[in-house]
Design a protein around this ligand. Structure first.
Ligand code: SF4
Length: 225
């Protein structure tokens, strides 16, 4: 089986969305062409942060690493994991009786078998319709007051019937305007809106595994990348 370019793997718990609080083994893959200006995983793609050597790890080794911890879920994330064909990895994880969750912007075809898909739409490359239909939950990163309305207009009814988490963009998590915008949307209830957060960051749980790398957070405009 073809090895995959891996930025980091570590054992922690899921700090976001419907699976918040569950033990989780994270597989963070390299590469993302979307280039969000506030990306907090810039080490997977930004030239200022990408490490000199990119490790390639076999599917067998990734499954063995995950299995060692017997996590409630395995989270495949990035970067944008769907720029890779995840068929072999996800089948192997499921054959090992592991539950496989995906975190994706949904802008590239999803190749693989997943028990749960979190789709976090990005304005710099919109999600594919076929992926919107597959998502079990949405995660909207609220980086400005207009963000929620933008996705209501852009995605319309496709946002319905599934939880839509509204997470403040991390560097603006104390911005009263951003927080009030989220409060208001949840209380208005046009969709199944839920106020979200990156709870794992408050607990600093990722850092407890020495394999996890420090957060690489951008505050740039996309034209700078
Ligand atoms: S936030 Fe996600 S989609 Fe955006 S640049 Fe970072 S890895 Fe890519």
């Amino acid at each position: 089986m073809k090895p995959l370019p891996v930025y980091e793997t570590f054992y922690s718990w899921q700090g976001e969305g419907c699976h918040m609080g569950k033990s989780a083994f994270f597989i963070r893959l390299f590469g993302c062409p979307i280039k969000c200006p506030w990306c907090d995983s810039a080490g997977t793609w930004h030239p200022d942060f990408v490490p000199e050597t990119i490790e390639r790890i076999s599917v067998e080794a990734l499954v063995a690493q995950a299995k060692e911890h017997n996590p409630a879920i395995v989270v495949i994330t990035g970067g944008e994991p769907c720029i890779h064909d995840l068929t072999e990895l996800t089948h192997a994880l499921q054959e090992a009786d592991l539950t496989v969750n995906l975190e994706t912007a949904g802008a590239y075809p999803i190749r693989g078998s997943f028990d749960w898909i979190t789709l976090s739409p990005k304005e710099w490359k919109h999600p594919l319709n076929e992926n919107l239909a597959l998502a079990h939950e949405f995660k909207v990163i609220v980086d400005k007051p207009e963000t929620i309305e933008f996705w209501e207009t852009t995605l319309g009814d496709q946002l319905s019937k599934r939880p839509v988490w509204l997470n403040p963009e991390w560097s603006q998590r104390a911005d009263p305007l951003i927080l009030r915008t989220i409060n208001s949307a949840v209380k208005k209830g046009q969709h199944d809106y839920r106020a979200g957060y990156q709870l794992h960051k408050l607990f600093a749980v990722d850092e407890e595994d020495s394999r996890s790398k420090p957060t690489t957070q951008l505050r740039l405009s996309p034209s700078d990348t």
